[in-house]
Design a protein around this ligand. Structure first.
Ligand code: SIN
Length: 330
């Protein structure tokens, strides 16, 4: 009997030890921007919240910023292959997986970030989070960076000033059409290459937010920035559906809660940096910030408006209408 009891106790001990030694779930989160950006801050806070609430021995989030692991061209493939578990590419970079998210690239679609927030919380915005499920990618939420500005080696006041210039763009057909409409040449290049392309004058300009231009020092190699607020830089946090549905329910719930909280924080950082990083660039004296008059701005809006029509079928007129309507507060 005693023998039997110690055998049972030993089995129990081995079982407990096995649980105690179970490997933690590792979530590698790969992104391309600096840590002092909205996305960088969101990812770090997500890591810290998961550690605080679940403990590193259960779930460990590892954040890889600055394209350390993967760049724009290969990160989604890496998510699907399980090489990383989360990423948050710009909405402009999902073209290989869905044509629908290019909606967000339509020029002058959103007047401010409140409008973006209203649209994304609404039915159509939520629907777009699910648009890649048939490809094995689950959208977990949106995170903002902000409205984009145009930087260049020469002053851009009216659309004709962009004619003949080369601009780096993210890999979006809508962004391609936007620059072609201006009679400029768009070049799809990864974010990690932009500074060098600008510095060596292989390209003339690019479009980005104040925080990306500040954190990656684009302003040091671009003498002019037009405060155009002409487009949106926003992200989707994605994971592979296989990984996500494979997590135990309680773990998935806690991880999602931590992510949602980190996104709220990241969005706050985005609003602050839109103002603060612009100010730092202005104070640097390295880049002149050009303000558009109302009349000049109208010229830009009119020049790129044909892009809306060109992509209406692909994006869905109902989606375009819903996004545009979000500019009006209810
Ligand atoms: C990013 O903010 O993730 C990169 C944006 C870009 O490629 O310009």
């Amino acid at each position: 009997m005693r023998l039997l009891m110690s055998a049972v106790a030993a089995t129990g001990f081995m079982f407990t030890a096995a649980i105690a030694q179970a490997e933690p779930v590792v979530i590698k989160f790969s992104h391309v921007v600096a840590e002092n950006t909205p996305k960088g801050q969101m990812a770090n806070m997500f890591r810290d919240l998961v550690k605080e609430r679940l403990g590193d021995d259960k779930v460990k989030v590892e954040v890889y910023p600055n394209s350390q692991l993967f760049n724009d061209n290969n990160v989604l493939q890496a998510v699907l292959l399980g090489d990383v578990q989360m990423a948050a590419p710009a909405l402009s970079k999902f073209g290989r997986y869905t044509k629908k998210l290019a909606l967000y690239d339509l020029p002058f679609l959103f007047e401010n970030m409140d409008a973006v927030e209203r649209f994304q919380k609404g039915e159509k915005g939520q629907e777009l989070l699910k648009t890649m499920e048939d490809k094995g990618l689950t959208g977990l939420g949106y995170i903002h960076n902000g409205l984009k500005q145009l930087s260049s080696s020469k002053p851009l006041r009216v659309p004709a000033d962009a004619s003949g210039l080369k601009f780096r763009i993210m890999s979006s057909k809508v962004l391609e059409a936007q620059f072609e409409t201006l009679d400029a040449t768009p070049l799809k290049k990864p974010f990690s290459e932009v500074f060098t392309l600008l510095q060596t004058k292989a390209i003339d300009g690019q479009e980005n937010t104040w925080s990306n231009m500040y954190s990656k020092k684009f302003f040091e190699v671009q003498p002019y920035i037009t405060a155009s607020n002409h487009g949106l830089l926003d992200y989707m946090v994605v994971t592979s559906t296989e990984f996500w549905t494979g997590l135990p329910d309680d773990v998935r719930g806690e991880v999602k809660k931590a992510l949602d909280e980190a996104i709220v924080h990241g969005n706050k950082v985005a609003l602050e940096k839109h103002v603060a990083d612009r100010k730092k660039i202005a104070e640097s004296g390295k880049s002149e910030i050009l303000e558009l008059t109302a009349e000049e701005r109208t010229q830009w809006v009119d020049a790129v408006k044909p892009v809306w029509e060109e992509f209406a079928d692909q994006l869905g007129q109902d989606f375009i209408d819903a996004a545009y309507a979000s500019n009006k507060a209810e």
